[in-house]
Design a protein around this ligand. Structure first.
Ligand code: ZN
Ligand code: ZN
Length: 331
């Protein structure tokens, strides 16, 4: 376990600076590059069969599991830099509990490329077609505040032997088509965050990561930045991957067979040499309450993809709402 990083010139605590791969000191302006985040070393996959015995639970820092009493969100944070603020709902009713003992530490981290300022611009652009009536906003809601968060993500590598049995239309007849081929799946992602998987809009944001650009894990990337506790175990992620993989196999079969019009495709797949990576991936979250309902807007911190469910409202409020939001951003 390493100590939290102190500023060499003034002794204050250093904080991760999203978008710049640096640790910075808010007191004196000191800056240093986080070596892992600019390294060219790829994150190595591990064998799935050895996941339990080989799991690393050392986060490289003193951790605290923080639970939000308002929305139930659970994050893992640096003990010395607890944000005291829930990234899912902005509430300060966050209770820090025990250290994250026994909780698997990430193998890799995708650095934030999108700064908070850039997130504000992306949001402004997205808002152009969306309106709401500001007076219906809960008074504690802030549209101008984005919270950073890392979400848990597994990726799977596996060698497959795919056998398929399908039908092909020839004139008025349906003829059988069978085949088999070998295919290597590389970095197939599974989002391990329940907050995001339960929301189709946020899921779009969560699925847009380029996991190949993950860097070796370092606690420096979590200096002042919370990480959502995975709510889907690695085992469950693989056991329930069938539905997601089915669509992937169908597209591979259409490609491999050279017959894009195959139908009634049945598959039989054998898996070999299953490997995984557990990485954390950056998002910016905005949350507000409108007419008693909570809304979450997420921006992918790597690619800038934005989405979220938006409250229905009336176009007549458009001008008022837009100027209210843009003013609060100073944009
Ligand atoms: Zn300093
Ligand atoms: Zn919360």
């Amino acid at each position: 376990m390493t100590q939290d990083r102190k500023c060499p010139s003034c002794g204050a605590t250093l904080t991760y600076n999203p978008g710049f791969n640096t640790l910075t000191c808010a007191s004196c302006g000191y800056k240093e590059t986080i070596a892992e985040l600019v390294s060219k070393v790829p994150v190595e996959e591990k064998k799935f069969a050895e996941a339990e015995s080989a799991a690393n639970t050392d986060w490289g820092m003193e951790t605290e599991v923080a639970t939000c009493k308002n929305c139930g969100g659970v994050t893992i944070q640096s003990k010395l830099q607890l944000s005291g603020m829930c990234p899912f709902c902005g509430s300060t009713m966050v209770e820090a509990q025990d250290p994250a003992e026994g909780i698997m530490a990430p193998m890799g981290v995708i650095p934030f490329k999108i700064t908070e300022k850039r997130a504000g611009f992306i949001y402004k652009d997205w808002l152009k077609d969306r309106f709401l009536a500001p007076e219906l906003l809960d008074e504690n809601s802030r549209l101008d505040k984005f919270y950073p968060l890392y979400i848990p993500l597994y990726t799977f590598d596996v060698l497959t032997d795919i056998e398929y049995d399908a039908r092909l239309r020839e004139g008025f007849a349906q003829v059988p088509r069978r085949g088999q081929f070998r295919h290597q799946i590389d970095d197939f992602p599974v989002v391990a965050s329940k907050t995001l998987t339960s929301n189709e809009f946020l899921m779009r944001v969560a699925k847009d990561f380029r996991s190949k650009d993950a860097k070796p894990y370092t606690p420096d990337a979590l200096a002042g930045f919370p990480c959502e506790h995975y709510s889907i175990s690695l085992k469950d992620a693989w056991n329930n991957i069938g539905g997601d993989l089915r669509g992937y196999f169908i597209s591979q079969i259409l490609k491999e067979s050279g017959e894009p019009l195959l139908s009634n495709i049945k598959t039989n797949v054998k898996y070999y040499d299953l490997k995984y990576k557990y990485i954390i991936a950056p998002i910016w979250l905005n949350s507000f309450i409108y007419e008693g309902k909570r809304y979450l807007i997420a921006i992918n911190g790597q690619t800038g993809t934005i989405d979220g469910k938006w409250p229905m409202s009336f176009g007549t409020f458009a001008k008022k709402a837009a100027s209210f939001i843009l003013d609060s951003y100073g944009l």
